[in-house]
Design a binder for this molecule. Structure first.
Ligand code: FE2
Length: 510
């Protein structure tokens, strides 16, 4: 087969329906086309998505490629020196996907490390490393992974990732706010524009800027990621007025992430929920809490006083409407089925936003945080019912979340109000850099005494959570960065928590 025929036949299904742009056989670039690094993600026991994007000038609208379809070659090896190539192929970087490349490799060995690299014209990328998940029917002794969220470029360096990488996790779960639409007025590092992104070009620039952070690049180049979308990644929920903008945000997010499931240009469909199977050790249900959720703020502004920039709102009747949904019907059904049928030791829900109830009080009035599940109590109740109805061998429930730019550990069984009780411990990771402004932090601190389920709360530290899981014990360490404004900053263990399988609550051991 001629080279050109081969390339056209291997153009992805999404592109094949279109008239192909001119193919550039002898592509030339003004500089290194791999300025945004390489990445892997969406790993299963047998597969991985490898990613890169050609962008010799990352902040240019076209990434500086200035060409049509560009052939890109890739290689996969079991060794870091890449001498033994076990798989290789050629794909195409298309202008309509900002010359991003997604290679979905199947038929790999479970629980194995692999190395990969890309070639285009006379350029080779740095080698990347990835690792498949343990065999679905296997008995892994332990799994180690990290949860991270909320990285605002303007608030500091993503230096937390250097420490996360040194902790040697098997994979990373990113719980959203991978990019920020706004600096909130901070100027430590400047965004490409002060105006929030609206168009596809805007979102591409913002993602390219974030991907130039070397700490983030190093982590992507060594660890597979699973990623969720939250409010700052694609600012609109299921709001018809925002669908064009959301489609632009989804496309740029896809173009910069090692993921599957994208519905295609202009589409508002992105299959983002994931069920991670870690042998008989754990299943992790990574939720899509944004694509299908009903309006976040159901209560009118004049229903009562709001504070925390309108994020804490009086509990109006509409908030408790039985029909209100965070997940949409199909995803709720999927989650409940997974919770009940799980037979792994740990039964995990990973949500962008906090799951457990927290009540704010102003005088006699009670307020809820509308950024999380407190704005969707009926949907949450149906999930809690599924946890309670699951058989005894359905695994120990654990909840992981982010969004709050602060570390929390919540023992849901300790809520004062019976209606708020949850049979699970929730670990909320802090942000990689994003600050937690006083108007958001103060109402939490002021109400901690009336929310005894919150057993640990640290609002001032940035960082991530490291989880080490065996069949009998779940251990979570809050890893805090000393100073996000120092690119060489150290990090330390802020606190460590242990849960014994089948035992209530948790113990803090550091
Ligand atoms: Fe955030």
């Amino acid at each position: 087969m001629k080279r050109r025929d081969f390339i056209i036949r291997t153009v992805s299904g999404l592109a094949a329906a279109q008239v192909p742009a001119p193919l550039v056989a002898g592509a030339r670039f003004s500089g290194n086309p791999f300025t945004l690094g390489v990445a892997s993600g969406d790993v299963t026991e047998h597969s991985v998505v490898l990613w890169t994007r050609l962008a010799p000038e990352p902040m240019a609208a076209d990434g500086g490629v200035k060409q049509g379809v560009v052939p890109v070659r890739w290689e996969l090896s079991p060794d870091a020196d890449m001498r033994q190539v076990i798989r290789q192929g050629e794909t195409t970087a298309l202008p309509r996907f900002a010359h991003s490349v997604h290679v979905d490799i199947r038929g790999l060995e479970p629980g194995r490390e692999y190395w990969y690299r890309f070639f285009v014209a006379s350029h080779a990328s740095e080698p990347g490393r990835t690792k498949t998940l343990p065999p679905a029917n296997g008995h892994p002794e332990s799994v180690r992974f990290a949860t991270a969220s909320c990285q605002n470029y303007t608030h500091g360096y993503f230096v937390a990732y250097d420490h996360l990488l040194a902790d040697n996790p098997d994979f990373v779960i990113h719980l959203g706010d991978y990019i920020y639409d706004t600096s909130f007025g901070q100027t430590f590092r400047k965004h490409d524009a002060e105006r929030a992104p609206v168009t596809l070009t805007d979102y591409r620039r913002r993602h390219a800027l974030y991907k130039t952070d070397k700490h983030l690049q190093r982590a992507h180049g060594r660890l597979p990621f699973f990623s969720a979308i939250d409010n700052h990644d694609a600012i609109k929920d299921l709001d018809p007025a925002g669908l064009t903008q959301r489609a632009a945000a989804y496309q740029a997010w896809y173009e910069h992430m090692p993921v599957r499931g994208y519905g295609g240009p202009g589409s508002n469909q992105f299959q983002l929920r994931r069920n991670l199977r870690l042998g008989d050790l754990a299943q992790i249900n990574l939720l899509d809490t944004r694509q299908f959720r009903d309006k976040q703020v159901p209560c009118r502004d004049d229903d009562g006083p709001t504070y925390g920039f309108g994020n804490y709102r009086i509990r109006c009747a509409e908030m408790f409407n039985e029909e209100r949904s965070m997940l949409g019907k199909a995803q709720e059904w999927w989650l409940k089925k997974n919770i009940i049928t799980n037979r792994a030791a740990w039964n995990v829900i990973a949500s962008t936003s906090p799951f457990s109830p927290f009540r704010f009080y102003i005088g006699e009035k009670t307020l809820n945080y509308v950024g999380g599940w407190d704005a969707y109590p009926a949907n949450r109740k149906r999930i809690i019912d599924a946890i309670n109805q699951a058989p005894a061998n359905a695994g120990h429930p654990i909840i992981l979340s982010g969004d709050l730019h602060s570390f929390w550990v919540i023992d849901g069984a300790q809520s004062t109000a019976a209606a708020d009780r949850i049979p699970a411990v929730e670990f909320v990771t802090s942000s990689i850099t994003a600050g937690w402004p006083e108007p958001m932090a103060r109402p939490v601190t002021d109400n901690l005494a009336r929310n005894p389920q919150v057993k640990f709360h640290e609002p001032h530290r940035r960082g991530y959570l490291l989880h080490e899981v065996t069949a009998t014990e779940w251990q979570t360490t809050a890893r805090a960065v000393n100073d996000v404004k120092n690119a060489q900053s150290g990090a330390f263990d802020l606190a460590r928590f242990i849960i014994g399988k089948g035992e209530p609550g948790f113990k803090q051991i550091l």
